[in-house]
Design a protein around this ligand. Structure first.
Ligand code: ADP
Ligand code: ASP
Ligand code: MG
Length: 424
C-alpha cells in the first residue's frame, strides 16, 4: 500500500461540478488501496477577490494612511481554502469515501512569522496519518499554516503547491501529484504558444529556474522542497476523466515528473522558455563610481522589502561616474522611487529614469553548461524580429532578456521556435 498526496489548484475546484470530479480522482486512488491526503486551493478567482477586499479596506474606511495589517490580511485571504476543503470533504462523503477537512492550524502546519509570505517550518502530521491509516482521507487547506504568534499565516501566492510538497515530505508520501488545468509542464506557457510541447520529465534545477522566472505552474518554494526532500512530484491534469485508461497508473501516471538530472535520458540544450510580466526598469544616471555605492542603493531597497532583480552597471569612462540599471516588480516602482529619492544626496547621482511595463523572457536548459552559442542564437532571433534588448543576465543554465512588454508573446514564440521546441 502506498501513500499519496494529491493537490488540486483553483481551476480544478472552480465550481461544484469540478469539485465532484476531483472527488472521483481521489476515490480512484483510495479504491486502489492507497492512503490519501488531499491539499486544496481556493476556488478560482476567490483569492484575488479576497486580496482585493483586504487591500481596499483601508481606503474604503476613509483612511489615507498606508496602514496594512498583514495578520488580518492572512485571516481574510486564508478563508478561500477553508471553503473548498469543506466542500471537497462533503463531495467525498457523498460518494462513500470517508473524509474530513483539516485547516492548517489543526494539523498543525507550523510556519515562521513572515505573514503574507510565510515559510513552513514543521508539520506534525501524526494524527492525520493515524486517521489515514483507518482509511480516512485528509483534505487539507493549502496556502496556510500557524505562525509562532498563534495566528494564521499564508505562504504567498501559489502557495498551495508548497503546502502539498511539504505535506508529502512530512508524511513520507510515495508520490505528490499536483493536479492543475494543464496536463503537465510544457516547453513554455501553452496559453502563449499553442505549439508548446509537454515534457515527460524535467530536472529539479530546470523547474526551479522555470518557476522563478515566471512559469506559474509550480510555486518556486515547492520545487525547492521537492528537490531537498526528494519528493516524487508529478504535474498532471484534473480536467480529464478520472477513470480514463492509465489515470491510475502508479509508476507512470500521465503528466510530467520533476526529477534528478540523471533520470532524464534525452537532455536537450534548451528545455523551456519562461516569461515574467510587470517588470519595471530603473536607471540611475551619472552615479558616483566608488566603493559603497551599490550597498547605499540596494541596502535601503532590501530594507523596504523590494525585490530587485536584474542589475547592470557600466564600467565608467573616466573612473568617477557611471550608469546603473536594475529591475523591480512594477507594483513596487513607486516605493522604489521614494527610497531612491531619500538616498540620492548621500549616494550621489544626477537623475533617475524609470519605465514600467517591461517583460523578462528567459531561456532555460541544463545543456547550456556544455554548449556555446545559445545566447547568440537568442540575440540574433530577437534582432530579426526587430525586438530591442534592454538588459541581459545569465547564469549557468539560463539567459534572461528584458524587453518591452508589447513584444512579450512574439519574443516567447520566436525563442521557442529558434531552439527547436515547437511541436512537429
Ligand atoms: P493552479 O490553480 O492549478 O495552481 P496555476 O494557474 O497556478 O494553476 O498554474 C497553471 C498555469 O500555469 C497553466 O494554466 C499555464 O497557463 C501556466 N503555465 C505557465 N508556464 C507553464 C509551463 N511551462 N507549463 C505548463 N503551464 C504553464
Ligand atoms: N489560493 C492561493 C492563490 O491563489 C494559493 C494557491 O492557489 O496556490 O494564490
Ligand atoms: Mg498555482
Amino acid at each position: 500500500m502506498a501513500r499519496i498526496v494529491m493537490k488540486f489548484g483553483g481551476t480544478s475546484v472552480a465550481d461544484i461540478a469540478r469539485i465532484h470530479n476531483v472527488a472521483r480522482h481521489v476515490k480512484r486512488e483510495v479504491d486502489a488501496g492507497n492512503e490519501v491526503a488531499v491539499v486544496v486551493s481556493a476556488m478560482a478567482g476567490k483569492t484575488n477577490e479576497l486580496v482585493g477586499w483586504a487591500r481596499d479596506m483601508p481606503k474604503a474606511s476613509g483612511g489615507s494612511s498606508p496602514f496594512f495589517d498583514a495578520r488580518e490580511y492572512d485571516a481574510i485571504v486564508a478563508s478561500g481554502e477553508q471553503v473548498s476543503a469543506g466542500l471537497l470533504a462533503i463531495a467525498l462523503q457523498s460518494i462513500g469515501v470517508d473524509a474530513r477537512s483539516w485547516q492548517g492550524w489543526q494539523v498543525p502546519i507550523q510556519t515562521d512569522n513572515a505573514h503574507g509570505a510565510a515559510r513552513i517550518l514543521e508539520i506534525d502530521g501524526s494524527e492525520m496519518v493515524r486517521r489515514m491509516g483507518t482509511g480516512q482521507v485528509a483534505v487539507v487547506t493549502g496556502f496556510q499554516g500557524l505562525a509562532p504568534d498563534n495566528r494564521i499565516a499564508t505562504l504567498g501566492r501559489g502557495g498551495s503547491d508548497t503546502s502539498a510538497v511539504a505535506m508529502a515530505a512530512a508524511v513520507k508520501a510515495d508520490r505528490c501529484d499536483i493536479y492543475t488545468d494543464v496536463d503537465g509542464v510544457y516547453t513554455t506557457d501553452p496559453r502563449v504558444e499553442p505549439k508548446a510541447r509537454r515534457l515527460s520529465r524535467i530536472s529539479f534545477e530546470e523547474m526551479l529556474e522555470m518557476a522563478s522566472l515566471g512559469a506559474k505552474v509550480l510555486q518556486v518554494r515547492s520545487v525547492e522542497l521537492a528537490m531537498v526532500y526528494k519528493v516524487r512530484t508529478f504535474v498532471r491534469s484534473s480536467l480529464e476523466d478520472p477513470d480514463a485508461p492509465g489515470m491510475g497508473d502508479f509508476d507512470n501516471p500521465p503528466g510530467t515528473l520533476i526529477c534528478d538530472e540523471e533520470e532524464i535520458v534525452e537532455q536537450q540544450v534548451v528545455t523551456g522558455i519562461a516569461y515574467a510580466k510587470d517588470e519595471a526598469q530603473v536607471s540611475l544616471r551619472r552615479l558616483a563610481d566608488r566603493p559603497g555605492v551599490s550597498a547605499g542603493i540596494f541596502g535601503p531597497l532590501a530594507e523596504a522589502n523590494i525585490n530587485v532583480d536584474m542589475i547592470v552597471q557600466n564600467i565608467s569612462e573616466d573612473g568617477s561616474r557611471t550608469d546603473m540599471t536594475f529591475t523591480v516588480p512594477t507594483g513596487d516602482l513607486d516605493k522604489t522611487l521614494n527610497v531612491l529619492d531619500k538616498v540620492r544626496e548621500q549616494v550621489g547621482f544626477d537623475a533617475i529614469q524609470s519605465e514600467a511595463g517591461m517583460v523578462k523572457v528567459s531561456v532555460i536548459g541544463i545543456g547550456m553548461r556544455s554548449h556555446a552559442g545559445v545566447a547568440a542564437t537568442a540575440f540574433k532571433a530577437l534582432a530579426e524580429k526587430g525586438i530591442n534588448i534592454r538588459a541581459i543576465t545569465t547564469s549557468e543554465i539560463k539567459i534572461s532578456i528584458l524587453i518591452d512588454g508589447a513584444y512579450a508573446e512574439l519574443a516567447v514564440r520566436t525563442l521557442h521556435s529558434v531552439y527547436g521546441l515547437d511541436k512537429q
